[in-house]
Design a protein around this ligand. Structure first.
Ligand code: AMP
Length: 410
């Protein structure tokens, strides 16, 4: 078994590892750390939950020395959301406590002035979301000319969010001879096509190939009728416990509504989605982490990237339209070796989305093992059928014609 010591990390980084309580490297750390230490560019397919943050922070910070006043940043991490930035900063601070470097973040949704002031004091590591970083570059408050290591975190997510032009402007402002580390949940053709030129002869690390999910998450589905979902959820929470549970739903209004329903039934629940302010989101997460709120009701905003420890289980009240979001959602439980489980309600209209998810993962999700006595409505979807055909389905002549027609119409 490889240890952190075997990977060649500095004494300060090893002390940080001890503080963080990590005993042995995760697979992405084992593969990425030596490559980063060797100064190579890295392109890694690693979901959140694989330990990727430490995989870039531990080796990179060690090699950078310390900047003086008004200097820096020497390392820049660009990440799509404020929550991710916060999370990265926390790990960075654990490392910086030993390396005596300064880490800070610039993110949107908060005032500019404190960030300007902090930038003036100089920093070794800057963690940033793209919009705010570009603003501060535009006003001359942030100069990336000294960046030696650039990390593009959750690159696929940044593409999905339309950040490609911003990302390119940021990269262009960094020196050409920098080291670039790109992390993405998947290295899809889209990611490779759009970001391939930002890295130079990278070491490729693929830990979570497209469609694989954390091995530690047991997954179940339950056929329900659409109108019964709320009742079924209430019963599931009563049976399985209502502490440290994340409920995913489609749409902000549905999340708010579900929260109100749960509160009326006596659960402590908080919503988290894109319509909530940064403060509301941070507060909900903090209350959840502290155990003051038992159930977090989230849309896919939270599905990626947020690191909440010890989530007991996840309930997907709705099947996500985008199959990959399923993998991000259930990745909230069973993190870093803990055991977790996830349940998804499926109504008749969602059967096709369930099939796409199973096709992506290459396996059929098991039925919920404790359905006895649950109210699943009058016409629950029948999930007892074999949904995954072992061979890729070949379209019949009629289907092929129909597909061709629908392509034309589209
Ligand atoms: P990340 O993929 O960076 O979001 O990390 C996911 C979670 O794994 C965080 O809660 C980390 O604290 C934890 N973690 C990272 N590396 C290790 C490790 N080597 N051993 C145990 N936990 C870890």
């Amino acid at each position: 078994m490889t240890s952190f010591e075997d990977l060649g990390l500095s004494a300060a980084a090893l002390a940080a590892v001890a503080d963080l309580g990590y005993e042995e490297p995760t697979p992405v750390q084992e593969r990425a750390i030596p490559a980063v230490l060797a100064g190579r560019d890295v392109m890694a397919a690693a979901q959140t939950g694989t330990g990727k943050t430490a995989a870039f922070l531990l080796p990179a910070l060690g090699g950078l020395g310390r900047v003086g006043r008004r200097e820096g940043p020497r390392m820049l991490v660009v990440t799509p959301t404020r929550e991710l930035a916060q999370q990265i900063l926390e790990v960075a601070q654990a490392v910086c406590a030993h390396t005596h470097q300064r880490a800070m973040s610039v993110v949107g949704g908060v005032s500019y002035e404190p960030q300007r002031e902090a930038l003036k004091r100089g920093c070794d590591l800057l963690v940033a979301t793209p919009g705010r970083l570009l603003d501060l570059m535009g006003t001359g408050d942030c100069d990336l000319g000294g960046v030696r290591v650039l990390v593009l975190d959750e690159a696929d997510r940044m593409l999905d969010m339309g950040f490609l032009p911003s990302m390119r402007r940021i990269v262009a402002a960094c020196p050409d001879d920098r080291q670039t580390l790109l992390f993405s949940a998947t290295l899809s053709d889209d990611v490779l096509k759009n970001t391939g030129d930002l890295v130079r002869n990278p070491v490729r690390v693929e830990i979570a190939p497209k469609g694989t999910t954390a091995q530690t998450v047991a997954q179940y589905v339950l056929g329900v009728s659409a109108e019964a979902k709320k009742r079924t959820l209430v019963e599931v929470l009563r049976r399985e416990g209502s502490e440290r549970v994340i409920v995913f739903t489609r749409g902000k209004h549905r999340a708010d509504h579900l929260c109100r329903v749960l509160r009326k039934k006596g659960f402590s629940a908080a919503p988290i989605h894109g319509n909530r302010t940064q403060n509301q989101r941070a507060r909900a997460l903090a209350q959840f982490s502290a155990g003051e709120v038992g159930v977090l009701v989230a849309t896919d905003v939270l599905a990626r990237g947020i690191d909440v420890a010890e989530v007991a289980y996840v309930v997907n009240v709705d099947v996500p339209h985008e199959s990959e979001n399923y993998i991000h959602r259930i990745g909230r439980t069973g993190r870093a070796g803990e055991h977790g489980w996830a349940l998804m309600f499926v109504d008749a209209d969602e059967f096709k989305d369930l099939q796409s998810i199973e096709k992506l993962m290459g396996r059929q999700i098991e039925s919920y093992p404790r359905p006895e006595g649950l109210d699943v409505g009058e016409h629950p979807a029948d999930l007892s059928v074999v949904r995954l055909t072992p061979q890729p389905e070949r379209a019949s002549g009629k289907n092929r014609r129909r597909r061709r027609r629908s392509r034309k119409e589209a």
